[in-house]
Design a protein around this ligand. Structure first.
Ligand code: BES
Ligand code: ZN
Ligand code: ZN
Length: 475
């Protein structure tokens, strides 16, 4: 969908007008004029109440039709974004127009663009039947041009991440995905290095190699650098890139394996965010590292009880091959630390426990100190993504000490698994400023509503962009 500023003499004749409505059928502020040319009596007849999630399409005196979209009790950044997502899916014309004049909401343009672009997202690469959405162009009357430009960049990056995650594991072997990432990063003007298996062996990334051992598809490690001249701060990003998580020899049951093509969401998110940061020209240096591998069950697979040596930091006894994310992240963190960033953020679909703790819609954040966690939470709040802080509770660290190596990759107990996984990672960042984002729950949307579309969510992309923006403009 193309989203653009409407010309002064916008032509409504063949278009759908999108009008925000509050509950009790009040036109939302700014929507009065568009509302005036519809026939409001039909709203009552149709039992339209302006509730969030509701839409109603009616004839219009000037436009081809009007879509009334419920915003619930108030027009806010969140309700406009969500309402727009619902609206674009019911528009039946190629063009739609909406008026942002007089909407008394900060970020109204961004809300409309995010709602339309993300709510109108479809992944149709493998569909031979069924129809794409009708809407092709959305024109915005009285929008904020800067906000429009920025929101187009961040939503495009979110969609890039969604596309990578939605792609079946068959079509995203590490070498293929690495080349796709190279292509996208280079197109955004970034410097890219892709390490092949020989380089990974030469660099002694023993934990990544241990996970990759069970697969016939060789691993890759992608390093992306953004080095604007004016940068003072330096952000290091690491993303979990398991291209399929079968569990390895500690194999998953069929039900838990179903969604495991998603297990490279962290990698997709950090790479997509890096392209957006570069396109926005934010004056902050970024170094992004993504280890990519399958977690498979071939004859050479790592066995429970084997010990792996990551490039730096503690040795690891692998007691459960399904706790593989923390293994490849140990190496990813080791590599990013060589670049000495001021702040490291890793993003990973790391634990079912984070999903259990916070559900489908909230991601967990752990910070090396409370200031770092607050920084991430503030960025997430500006981005309109849901994160919640969990504690790096040091007393639990004893539970991941190994009898024969420095650490083991599971705690042995059933409880607190998101925390023990985060504590494991903390051993590989030592005293660096660092936050860990466990997106295992919300990496996938389980229903289509508002700006969410069933499938990959791209959560984290916009939070990382906001974080980079804050680092570029210290208070
Ligand atoms: N990729 C999974 C975590 C996951 C679960 C992501 C559900 C998305 C949705 C991870 O590699 C895993 O299997 N973790 C295990 C760890 C356990 C063996 C300590 C888990 O969470 O069960
Ligand atoms: Zn696993
Ligand atoms: Zn995994």
């Amino acid at each position: 969908m193309e989203i653009r500023n409407a010309p002064d003499d916008v032509d409504l004749t063949d278009a759908t007008l999108i009008v925000g409505m509050l509950s009790e059928n009040e036109p939302a502020p700014g929507a009065e004029e568009a509302y005036a040319n519809a026939d409001p009596s039909l709203l009552d007849l149709a039992k339209f109440e302006g509730k969030m999630g509701q839409t109603l399409t009616l004839p219009h005196s000037e436009a081809k039709s009007v879509v009334f979209v419920g915003l619930g009790d108030e027009a806010s950044y969140e309700t406009i974004r969500s309402g727009m997502g619902n609206a674009v899916r019911v528009v039946k014309t190629e063009r739609a127009v909406t008026n942002l004049d007089k909407i008394p909401v900060d970020g109204a343009t961004r809300a409309v663009v995010e709602g339309a672009a993300l709510g109108g997202y479809q992944f149709r690469v493998y569909k031979t039947e069924g129809e794409a959405l009708s809407i092709e162009t959305l024109e915005l009357i009285e929008c904020d041009e800067t906000e429009l430009g920025e929101a187009l960049i961040t939503t495009e990056a979110t969609i890039l991440a969604r596309n990578w995650v939605n792609t079946p594991a068959l079509d995203k072997a590490p070498e293929i995905l690495a080349e796709g990432m190279r292509e996208e990063a280079e197109a955004a003007g970034l410097t890219v290095e892709v390490w092949d298996q020989d380089r990974i062996v030469a660099e002694k990334l023993g934990a990544l190699l241990g996970v990759a051992a069970g697969s016939d598809r060789p691993p890759r490690l992608v390093v992306i650098e953004y080095q604007p001249e004016s940068a003072e701060a330096h952000l290091g990003l690491v993303g979990k890139g398991i291209t399929f998580d079968s569990g390895g020899l500690s194999i998953k049951t069929a039900q838990y394996m179903e969604e495991m093509k998603d297990d490279m969401s962290g990698a997709a998110v950090v790479v997509a965010a890096t392209t957006a940061i570069a396109r926005l020209g934010l004056p902050v240096r970024v170094t992004t590292v993504v280890p990519l591998t399958d977690n498979a069950v071939g004859g050479k697979a790592t066995r429970p009880g084997d010990v792996l040596r990551p490039v730096a930091g503690p040795t690891i006894e692998v007691l459960n091959t399904d706790a593989e994310g923390r293994l490849i992240l140990a190496d990813g963190l080791g590599v990013v630390r060589r670049y000495e960033p001021d702040l490291i953020i890793d993003v990973a679909t790391l634990t079912g426990a984070a999903h259990v703790a916070l559900g489908d819609k909230i991601a967990a954040v752990f910070g090396s100190d409370s200031e770092v966690a607050s920084q991430v939470l503030a960025a997430a709040s500006r981005a309109g993504e849901h994160f919640w802080e969990l504690p790096l509770f040091k007393e639990y660290k004893k539970s991941i000490e190994s009898d024969i190596a420095d650490l083991k990759n599971i705690s042995g107990g059933r409880y607190g698994g998101a925390i023990t996984a985060a504590l494991f990672l903390s051993s590989y960042v030592e005293d660096a400023k660092w936050a860990h984002l466990d997106i295992a729950g919300p990496a996938r949307s389980r229903e289509t509503a508002g700006e969410h579309v069933k499938g990959a969510s791209g959560i984290g992309v916009r939070t990382l962009v906001e974080l980079a923006r804050a680092m570029a403009e210290p208070a």
